[in-house]
Ligand binder design. Structure first.
Ligand code: IVH
Length: 687
């Protein structure tokens, strides 16, 4: 129907005005009306829905896994510099290699292109005859994940390019771009996560990477990712002399490029741009961690070539962590899960690297003493990336006379319990600990840790919910968590608790019971016993009973494959002490009674011989004995990797009947081809 195609075209034009030109001519509401109308017409005529219709951005069926794809051109990384000196040296090397005049301006023919280095995730988007056919992550540079379904939900990514009069769209056009999460969206999502008790993302980059890795593209569609192109991969007819001219064409076709990219003739000019951008970058709606400087002309890029890891024609300048000066107003002490008291600084609010900062961590008492930090001091704070700001140093010249040193706490600020001091080898005080095992603050922190990702990973039991449950007296120990199902009515009485939320929480708790010994051990929060140590212990001892029955010496000295396990005397002492203590015994008994698995599950991959470690398998054709998923699962269980496409790196192709192009490719690359019987023989009794 003509009306459908006309509407699609109209919507695409508005997308272009909004995302490429940043000059919308209709309101968001009017836009939504157009989209609704199109959706309605398509619902009435489902046979007319095309994959490039603007309605197809809502996400499709969830995937089981991402397929691995081989990039047509490798996706390299960029070399970094942190100072003007090395930037100038890079320009000199370029000029020398290109036989440009040695006149210290390092002017380059065609100029340098200077672009913000957006802190996101690299993507390759492939268009064939103007239609988006593939979007893949960088991966190891040679192969990445096929994340097409997810990328299609991003509204600024055109599903079909606009066929402008000139220049013509190349039959194959690969665009290299950055996918990122705008700061405002990052704040929105983290707030929502925090409200739901889920762990928040550390920074927008992690949030972007986490979103792109979602197997359910409908979830991706809920988050507003954005993208900006900054380069090319395979292009069937590249008639563009420079990236600047290529970018102009991309915009014509509907692909956004960075409007603040500029060219400079000399490296001095480049440096001035970098300095100028150091402050203005914080006003952008997305995170930028530096500037990318490139030789603009493609022919010169070709002559400069690449090293094994980086192109020689391009360099990234990274800004140093930003600092600001402010006044220290107060220090309070927070109780950690092991009772350690951590000082936190409250300062006069100060604007640094795009946000207003009021708190900084001071790590421990030792740091306060070493840096001689006092309340009332003028302090220099630093923010590297998006992580919590640090106090770098005190400006002693600004210190008012008679400012007293910070008094370390004599009692626990939460429970008034006794405090013990910890010293280093030279007798200097490094930290203080609350010694009350019943301290409610410690309990709360221990529970938060126990339930978190990496430990018991209990869905629905985030920080806020733990605090709510602990404050209400519904959980006082790890064991109590697994008794919550009997307190359903009491939970429902708490604020912001609905039936569905409680059901999800209880289901999450039930599911966590089977995580296995290593996760339980890591979750207990025994000093020095983190997740790596817990994995080693679980694998060696197999059950909590075996661990409790063993000696401290055995924990300290057992070997793994004829080598030291890496578990030293401090860890051994701490763990052994816990296991033999009354408190430790109680915790273990409670967990056992609750039905929590305290051994290594039989099916655990660690207990199976990893005969396929380092090997990559691809499955193709019609199979009789196994399903494709079964083979993938077996390969992974035995330590191997299952991939969707054949490349030089593939070790085995399991081929059934009617194996097509993958078989041909395997033969071309000399990949070993297995029948189902061969595969069965290879796995032997392990399968
Ligand atoms: S050009 C050979 N331009 O930074 C790679 N990259 O650290 C040429 N990035 O993987 C890439 N903004 O994902 C280029 N304006 C920009 C960029 C940019 C961000 C990313 C890119 C690359 C990473 C390298």
């Amino acid at each position: 129907m003509d009306e459908i195609e006309r509407l699609r075209q109209e919507i695409r034009e508005h997308d272009h005005k909004y995302y490429v030109e940043a000059q919308p001519t209709i309101s968001d509401q009017e836009y939504d009306q157009l989209l609704d109308k199109l959706k309605q017409l398509e619902a009435e005529n489902p046979e007319l829905i095309t994959p490039d219709s603007p309605t197809q951005r809502v996400g499709g069926a969830p995937l089981d896994e991402f397929t691995t794809v081989t990039h047509a051109r490798p996706m390299l990384s960029i070399d970094n510099t942190y100072d003007a000196g090395s930037l100038f040296k890079w320009a000199r090397r370029c000029c020398e290699a290109l036989d440009h005049p040695d006149d210290e301006t390092y002017a380059i023919e065609g100029g340098y292109l200077v672009e913000p280095k957006i802190d996101g995730v690299a993507i390759n988007i492939r268009y064939e005859n103007g239609v988006l056919v593939l979007a893949s992550t960088r991966g190891d540079g040679t192969q990445g994940d096929d994340v097409t379904q997810n990328v299609k939900t991003i509204r600024s990514v055109p599903l079909r390019l606009t066929a402008a009069d000139a220049p013509p769209i190349p039959a194959v056009l690969e665009v290299r771009a950055e996918i990122f999460m705008p700061n405002a969206e990052f704040a929105r999502i983290n707030q929502a996560f925090a409200d739901e008790g889920k762990q928040t993302f550390a920074n927008p980059r992690n949030a972007t990477a986490g979103t792109l890795k979602q197997l359910d593209s409908k979830a991706v569609a809920q988050r507003r990712l954005d993208f900006i192109a900054h380069g090319q991969g395979e292009v069937s007819t590249n008639e563009f002399p420079t990236q600047t001219s290529f970018s102009a064409a991309l915009r014509e076709w509907g692909i956004p490029t960075n409007p603040i990219a500029t060219t400079c003739a000399t490296i001095q000019e480049v440096w001035e741009k970098i300095e100028e951008f150091a402050t203005s970058k914080n006003e952008l709606p997305y995170g930028v961690d530096g500037v990318v400087v490139k030789v603009d002309r493609y022919d010169l890029r070709e002559r400069l070539g690449t090293t094994s890891r980086f192109p020689r024609w391009c360099i990234a300048y990274k800004y140093p962590a930003e600092q600001a000066v402010t006044k220290l107003l107060n220090v309070d002490w927070q109780v950690g899960k092991t009772g350690k008291l951590t000082p936190r600084a409250t300062m006069e609010p100060v604007f640094v690297a795009g946000t207003t900062v009021q708190h900084a961590t001071l790590h421990n008492l030792g740091e306060i003493l070493r840096k001689d930090i006092r309340v009332g001091d003028t302090v220099v704070i630093e923010k590297a990336g998006e992580i919590i700001p640090q106090v770098v140093r005190v400006d002693l010249d600004q210190r008012p006379p008679d400012l007293p040193p910070i008094a370390p706490p004599q009692r626990c600020p939460e429970c008034e319990g006794e405090v013990e001091s910890e010293q280093d080898d030279t007798g200097k005080e490094t930290a203080r600990h609350c010694m009350n095992p019943e301290c409610p603050a410690q309990l709360r922190e221990r529970l938060i840790h126990f339930a978190a990702r990496g430990q018991m990973d209990i869905d629905g039991l985030g920080e806020k919910i733990v605090i709510q449950l602990a404050d209400a007296g519904l959980v006082n120990s790890f064991g109590d968590v697994f008794e919550l199902h009997s307190k359903r009515d009491q939970i429902l009485e708490l604020e912001r608790m609905g039936e569905k939320k409680v059901d999800n929480l209880l289901a999450g708790i039930e599911a966590a019971k089977a995580r296995g010994l290593d996760r339980v051990l890591a979750g207990l929060g025994v000093r020095h016993v983190g997740s790596t140590v817990s994995k080693i212990l679980a694998k060696h001892y197999g059950s909590i009973d075996a661990l409790q029955a063993t000696t401290e010496e055995d924990i300290r000295t057992f070997q793994v494959n004829g080598q030291e396990s890496g578990i030293g005397p401090e860890i051994a002492a701490s763990l052994h002490h816990f296991l033999q203590s009354e408190a430790g015994q109680t915790v273990i008994d409670e967990l056992r009674t609750a039905g929590v698995t305290l051994s290594v599950p039989q099916s655990d991959e660690d207990s199976t011989e990893q005969i396929f470690a380092g090997k990559t398998f691809v499955v193709t054709g019609k199979l009789e004995k196994y399903s494709r998923d079964e083979i993938h699962a077996l390969v992974e269980k035995l330590g191997g990797k299952a991939s969707g496409s054949v490349s030089k790196k593939t070790d085995y192709l399991v081929a059934g009947e009617k194996a097509g192009s993958k078989l041909a490719k395997a033969e071309q690359f000399g990949v070993e081809v297995l029948s189902e019987d061969d595969f069965q023989q290879l796995i032997g009794s392990a399968g």
